[in-house]
Design a protein around this ligand. Structure first.
Ligand code: ADP
Ligand code: ZN
Ligand code: ZN
Length: 740
């Protein structure tokens, strides 16, 4: 038999698969097996992607693999990894690395192996020796026994202690060391003498600890809407019918309970389930709910696990001990051979897109995996993507579980306002202080970079070439464009209206925090941003906020993500329309989601709640719909706009960025790619220079096409050809399909 092996090296140039001859003990190697293979004078790790009985190579050139590793990946996942490589214009090795046990892919220092330990049990000879040994040896230790009988077996004190301990039944090496003080060499010598038998056993996996935050547990009786949703899911599980389901439920409508029932239903049918949750913030809370419900059947994957813990969880799933995987985007590659359900929680969340190569979108991969493996895809959100609304079958949860109304949303205009807070916001925060309640304050991160606006006419200083806001560089005394590099001195007056009153926004989170502390003192202020997240962990901050009787949680986008804190009575969004000032076709969608999601955090308890949204342009479409809780109206408008412009879901975008350390090669390479893509009949924009990043000059091409497959194929061929051309050796290439 011939194994087709894809070597796991990051080099774009080295593309398999290569043929190896399977013989002897390796004959039962199959698709998904990992092999160590000789490659020239090197040895490489590779994955079997196919097994056939024919090879193009003459028999004398076929060599055998050196060894097989104990890491069989389900076949369907090997195919999925290769599909990701093609769909996202990456290499097979990088695609396969996604589906291998954690720590075995490209670039891993040394693959982890399952930890093995020795397990000892006593043989019949051992029992006999122990019985004989009960006689007392000669005190002189001279080798004769007190009663003169010749010793058939002589035992040292450690050996005797070991056998004594084993008289009660087999034990692991570690336990024996504790009880009898014997080490591995003692055991090995007992084994050589036939007194014990040793076998290696995989160590039980280490289970990471999961802490729930703000999760209210306990069984609940489903609302009518939840019950209908759960029924639809069950029916789909049984019919195996193709289209994904979209659970569109307002914040607080009890979507998680529907996911829990869906997972239970899949398990009852003997199938496994994957639950995708957004990166970091939500993982502890959601994972906690699933662990509460399904116990050890849940494997949790999150970013704070050690390599070893990830690896152990992978094996628990592979062995079928865990049947549910909860985790961020990479959990889509959970090694279940019998997948029945994929849940995508908060499906609008941007963290489902991977930043590094391959730049896959876990939601698209989920669609693919569900379709190929006959599993049901259930995506849920209060603010679903236009893509999903158009293509999935929709189930709605129209109201909150407690029947409470969504909180009223007030938009306040910030034109001419001094300081970070509007008068109305100050009053509302003061009320929270007086009543000893809780508030969440959201800083729109994108807007939190520094920029200038005119206090009289509201004009924002923008780049003349790029339609983006110029960023203030105080120390250099200028404003600059982060797209094209255009810069100009900080203006003294507005070019529109001549006013000399220019507002500098984004004075920094520290100052904001100071103002906030002064407003709500003595209530505590909890800060949640990426610095804090890296240091203390999001979970720790959220837990402190949850446990405090009163206080304010302030931070970037993270604070708006699905947490459930009943005591929050006020939500505030600062600079809500900052997102709209960026050249991004998703700007409207992001702005709408931001406000709607934050509104969802407020008023979950008996005290009710409200939301204040601060914006420079209070009339923006996304804000108007969000304040009316009108997701359907917003989505309808958004889909019409996208249709007109051929934006997703009606068209598809592919971005190619070429870069080099010297200026020049990046442009030449981009131009070469453009020529090839255009020759394939696919429309392409650019090359456009990008601002230098990390010392590299960059040029970008943008492909927008209604034919996804054709666009991907054209880009893939073009990049492969240009990257393989020595004339462009100084350039590197990054391809982003469906850029976010
Ligand atoms: P969503 O994800 O839709 O925002 P959650 O699933 O977080 O909503 O549910 C909000 C709260 O309501 C949670 O505390 C949850 O335990 C509770 N809950 C869910 N379903 C019910 C129900 N049928 N009856 C009572 N409480 C429920
Ligand atoms: Zn002006
Ligand atoms: Zn510019």
């Amino acid at each position: 038999m011939i194994a087709k092996v894809e070597p796991l090296t990051p080099a774009r140039a080295l593309r398999g698969p290569f043929d190896y001859l399977l013989a002897g003990s390796l004959e039962d190697v199959g698709v998904g097996s990992m092999l160590v293979v000789p490659f020239g004078r090197r040895r490489l790790l590779g994955v079997v992607v196919d097994v056939t009985d024919r090879s193009e190579l003459p028999p004398e050139r076929l060599v055998e693999p050196l060894a097989a590793l104990e890491a069989d990946v389900p076949q369907s996942l090997v195919r999925l990894g290769l599909w990701v490589a093609r769909e996202y214009v990456s290499t097979p090795a990088r695609g396969l690395a996604l589906v291998l046990p954690p720590g075995t892919g490209t670039g891993a220092a040394r693959p982890l192996r399952p930890k093995r330990s020795l397990r000892a049990s006593m043989t019949a000879a051992g029992e006999a020796a122990l019985a004989v040994g009960e006689r007392v040896p000669d005190a002189t230790g001279g080798g004769t026994w007190a009663d003169g009988a010749p010793p058939r077996v002589r035992l040292g004190p450690r050996q005797r202690a070991a056998l004594d301990a084993l008289a009660g039944g087999p034990l692991g090496a570690a336990a024996l060391a504790r009880r009898a003080g014997c080490d591995h060499s003692t055991l090995r010598s007992l084994e050589r003498r036939g007194l014990v038998s040793l076998e290696s056993a995989a160590e039980p996996a280490r289970r990471p600890r999961v802490e729930g935050v703000g999760a209210r547990t306990g069984r609940v009786t489903l609302t009518e809407a939840q019950r209908r949703a759960a029924q639809t899911v069950e029916a789909r599980l049984d019919s195996g019918s193709g289209r994904p389901l979209l659970l569109h439920g307002v914040t607080g409508s009890g979507k998680t309970e529907v996911y829990l029932r869906a997972v239970a239903a899949a398990l009852r049918r003997g199938r496994s389930a994957i639950v995708l949750v957004p990166e970091i913030a939500l993982t502890p809370q959601t994972a906690g709910r699933f662990v509460d419900r399904f116990g050890d059947a849940v494997a949790v994957m999150h970013s704070r696990l050690s390599r070893r813990e990830r690896y152990d969880e992978w094996w628990r799933m592979r062995r079928g001990e865990a049947r549910v995987c909860v985790g961020p985007r990479s959990a889509i590659f959970a090694p279940f051979p019998d997948l029945g359900l994929i849940v995508v929680d908060e499906e609008h969340d941007g963290s489902y897109k991977q930043e590094g190569d391959p730049r896959y979108d876990a939601r698209t991969v989920a669609e693919r995996r569900a379709a190929v493996e006959g599993a049901l895809l259930l995506a849920g959100s209060a603010t679903p993507r236009p893509e999903s609304v158009l293509r999935y079958d929709c189930i709605t949860l129209p109201g909150r579980v407690d029947g409470r109304r969504l909180p009223p949303v007030e938009i306040v205009g910030m034109l001419g306002v001094n300081g970070a807070f509007h008068e109305r916001t100050r009053e509302a925060l003061d009320e929270v202080r007086r009543r000893g309640e809780k508030a969440i304050v959201l800083l729109n991160r994108r807007g939190w970079s520094n920029f200038l606006s005119c206090r009289s006419c509201g004009r924002v200083w923008e780049c003349p070439n790029c339609d983006v806001t110029l960023v203030l560089h105080r120390s250099a005394g200028e404003v600059a464009c982060h797209h094209c590099g255009h810069s100009e001195p900080i203006p003294a007056a507005c070019g529109h209206c001549g006013s000399v009153s220019v507002a500098r926004h984004g004075t920094g989170t520290e100052q904001l925090e100071g103002e906030l502390e002064a407003l709500v003192s003595p209530l505590p202020v909890f800060r949640l941003d990426s610095d804090v997240a890296a240091a203390a962990g999001v979970g720790a901050v959220l837990r402190r906020f949850d446990e405090a009787p009163a206080g304010v949680l302030v931070g970037t986008q993270m604070v708006a993500k699905g947490h459930d804190f009943p005591a929050v009575t006020l939500g505030v969004v600062l600079d809500a329309d900052a997102t709209l000032r960026f050249p991004d076709f998703r700007a409207e969608e992001r702005t709408f989601a931001l406000v709607a999601q934050l509104a969802g955090r407020s008023g979950r308890g008996e005290l009710g709640g409200r939301v204040i949204v601060q914006a420079l342009e209070p009339d923006a479409r996304a804000l108007r719909h969000a304040s009316a809780h009108d997701a359907d109206g917003f989505l309808a408008g958004e889909l019409a706009r996208r249709e007109a412009l051929s934006y997703p879901p009606h068209g598809h975008l592919v971005r190619v960025v070429c870069s080099s350390t010297e200026t020049g090669p990046e442009m030449d390479a981009a131009e070469a790619v453009r020529v090839l893509v255009a020759a394939a009949g696919v429309p392409v924009l650019g090359p456009a220079p990008l601002f230098r990043r990390q010392g590299r000059h960059r040029a970008q091409l943008l492909i927008r096409s209604r034919d996804r497959a054709a666009a991907i194929a054209a880009v893939s061929d073009a990049v492969e050809s240009v990257a393989g051309d020595r004339a462009h050796g100084a350039a590197t290439f990054a391809v982003d399909v469906d850029p976010q």
